[in-house]
Design a protein around this ligand. Structure first.
Ligand code: COA
Ligand code: AMP
Length: 632
């Protein structure tokens, strides 16, 4: 039987030019592309190579022109400040055009980079769209990263201007952003010419004369700026994500493919129509926030909710239900962690009864594996489809999903269902041969990737090829392991590299090891991701001290925890380091991280044949048991 989904998927691969050429019709072009997919020698492709457009026009101006001027475009719902602010399409356009003028006054032009380091305030979305309006390339850095991480990104992106705020508000504290920004600029070699700082009433930032100006002053002095035409293949943004080292990867997104793919995804995957309300509880610093808080809803003429709060504690586990009811949300999207947090606080879901969810249709989950008990709990409570879908910063939109707009397929718990149209998902063995159905291997995508996926890494084409294309010629390597079953359902099991997923946040254990190794008393170390009931995984550091370190191990462990918080940021959730006598290794000296992780999680494991000294594993088991891991 061929469903609408099957027909769309088949056609997207058999006739990508026809499929995406048609989808491109939903976007306003300044010059309509005559070529759809330009294939390149190594199998990759560029989409809409002769198209010219402006992403901001498509997100704002066109809707104002088409009669949506008075419809809400963005609702800022902020329980941490006790405010709700609504912007119609006309109001958001006015703000964005003016802020584009402010950036232009500071010398920002097409192709220049602008780093945005902001909490979940509407000005973050305004700044992103203003960059898009100018053809400038934004790079949003998540607020939970420390100054050193921000500095690394400043050095790589080399922005002309940084846009930031005086503070962010967490449940338990006000986070002063400006000192972090000042420190990052001090650490960086590429210094921005100017910083625009949003002064929030909870905390005023000190501005540096000549370099810094307040958001209010910048806006007051500016006039509205028009949309600048850009090539479809020009970069819209760079978003840094964890790689296997401390040097993050600068994922590049281009204008044309991004606009076409996201617009298509709204109706076909999420089934959100123009005029409806979407609520994505994430952060603009992550790809989920870029795509489904800012760009996709606005490209669609929908209303987006930008939520400055948490699933619990702001003020309680009914926070999401309140937002859904207050704003008439049709579709919500968040990470499974958020639902684990809600379930922990309100296991019976009693708070739900207080709210009217009559307009709510579906919940989408992504960012980490959706564990079946959480999905089932959410489904029983909400009595609506709960849809797990799989994607990555690199891909920009879902690779596998139950495409609600194309007719829902039967659900298999633990699987994000099937490959989305445009994505040719395969499961490969180490030699690049396809695995039989049900066998676990590397999940890879046959090239070319669909529109919206990364064309390259910022200033690092060789790293792009090495990291993603080299392992399996003709395929993009996702870095995830899993299998395809006999019905073509995708099952995502784990990473093939040292990336871990903490509360839906992607982090590199390699980067944390670099920080630990920099401590003067540490001889060697390993960071592993251990199972956590709330966050999915949390990092755990195991360190061997230099001979004669002579200091109290607990003091050193405390310093190491602080060091990761200072260098990477609180988002790493690195709370435990423990001193061990030695690390288990293979005879060739490779640290057995996977085996240690299995011990910590009390999983069955096979003694590696190549282990140097099996007794080292017993020592690790004892050390982990002493801190509450390795049950049994
Ligand atoms: N600025 C500064 N600090 C931040 C921050 C930001 N934007 N975001 C998070 N932090 C801090 C937190 O305050 C916390 O610090 P702490 O160690 O002092 O408590 C730390 O970083 C870890 O944050 P978080 O992962 O949010 O954990 P939490 O314990 O505060 O909350 C959850 C747990 C489950 C409620 C939370 O992780 C959550 O809402 N997750 C939803 C998942 C999500 O949005 N994923 C995005 C991808 S879809
Ligand atoms: P990020 O780039 O931060 O979005 O993280 C992407 C990674 O998160 C993927 O490579 C997966 O390892 C994991 N991930 C995202 N969504 C899912 C999902 N639905 N199921 C399993 N893992 C997921």
């Amino acid at each position: 039987m061929t469903s609408r989904y099957h027909e769309a998927h088949r056609r997207s691969l058999a006739d990508p030019d026809g499929f995406w050429g048609e989808a491109a019709g939903a976007i306003d072009w300044i010059r309509r592309p005559t070529r759809i997919l330009e294939r390149q020698e190594n199998g990759t492709g560029r989409w809409f190579p002769d198209g010219v457009l402006n992403t901001c026009w498509n997100a704002l101006d066109r809707h104002v022109a088409a009669g949506r001027a008075e419809q809400p475009a963005l609702i800022h719902d902020s329980p941490v400040t006790g405010t709700v602010q609504r912007f119609t399409y006309r109001e958001l356009l006015d703000q964005v055009a003016r802020f584009a003028g402010a950036l232009a006054r500071l010398g920002v032009t097409k192709g220049d980079r602008v780093v945005i380091y902001m909490p979940m305030v509407p000005e973050a979305a305004v700044a992103m769209l203003a960059c898009a309006r100018l053809g400038a390339v934004h790079s949003v850095v998540f607020g939970g990263f420390a100054a050193a991480e921000l500095a690394t990104r400043l050095d790589d992106a080399r922005p002309v201007v940084v846009v930031s705020a005086s503070c962010g508000i967490e449940v338990n504290r006000v986070v002063a952003y400006k000192p972090l920004l000042d420190e990052a600029i001090r650490l960086a070699t590429a210094r921005p010419r100017h910083c625009i700082i949003l002064q929030r009433p909870m905390l005023a930032a000190t501005l540096e004369a000549g370099r810094d100006l307040s958001w209010a002053d910048a806006m007051a002095a500016a006039t509205a700026h028009d949309c600048v035409p850009v090539a479809a293949t020009d970069p819209l943004y760079i978003l840094y994500t964890s790689g296997t080292t401390g040097q993050p990867k600068g994922i590049v997104r281009d204008h044309g493919g991004h606009a076409v793919a996201l617009r298509w995804s709204m109706e076909n995957i999420y089934a959100v129509a123009p005029g409806e309300v979407m609520f994505t509880a994430s952060d603009v610093g992550w790809v989920v926030g870029h795509s489904y808080i800012v760009y996709a809803p606005l490209l669609t003429g929908a209303t987006t909710v930008l939520y400055e709060g948490k699933p619990v504690g702001t003020p309680d586990a009914g926070a999401f239900w309140r937002v859904i009811a207050d704003h008439g949300v049709a579709v919500m999207f968040t990470a499974p962690t958020a639902f684990r947090a809600i379930r922990r606080e309100d296991p019976e879901g009693r708070l739900l009864a207080q709210y009217d969810l009559s307009r709510f249709r579906a919940l989408f989950l992504a960012g980490e594996r959706a564990d079946p008990p959480t999905v089932e709990w959410a489904q029983d409570l909400l009595r609506r489809p709960v849809i797990d879908h799989w994607w990555q910063t690199e891909t920009g939109w879902p690779i596998a999903a139950n495409c609600m707009g194309l007719g829902l397929m039967p659900v298999k718990p633990g699987s994000p269902t099937v490959a989305v149209p445009g994505w040719d998902v395969r499961c490969l063995d180490a030699e690049g041969q396809e695995m039989p159905a049900g066998d676990v291997g590397a999940l890879a995508i046959r090239l070319p990737l669909p529109p919206g996926a990364l064309p390259t890494l910022w200033n690092a084409e060789d790293r792009f090829r090495q990291a993603y294309l080299a392992a399996f010629p003709g395929y993009y390597q996702t870095g995830d392991a899993g299998f395809l079953d006999a019905d073509g359902y995708v099952h995502v099991m784990s990473r093939t590299d040292d990336i871990i997923n903490v509360a839906g946040h992607r982090l590199s254990t390699g980067a944390m090891e670099e920080v630990l190794a920099g401590h003067p008393d540490v001889a060697e170390c390993a960071v592993i991701g251990v199972a956590d009931a709330l966050k999915g995984q949390v990092p755990l550091g195991l360190v061997v001290l230099k001979a004669g370190a002579g200091r109290n191990s607990e003091d050193i462990a405390r310093e190491l925890v602080q060091r990761v918080r200072d260098r990477i940021g609180p988002v790493a959730a690195f709370k435990t380091a423990t001193v061990v006598q030695r690390l288990p290794k293979t005879r060739s000296g490779k640290i057995l991280r996977g085996t240690m992780r299995a011990i910590a999680d009390a999983e069955d494991y096979r003694m590696p044949a190549t282990i140097d000294d099996p007794a080292a594993l017993d020592e690790i088991r004892a050390a982990l048991a002493a801190i509450g891991y390795a049950a049994g």
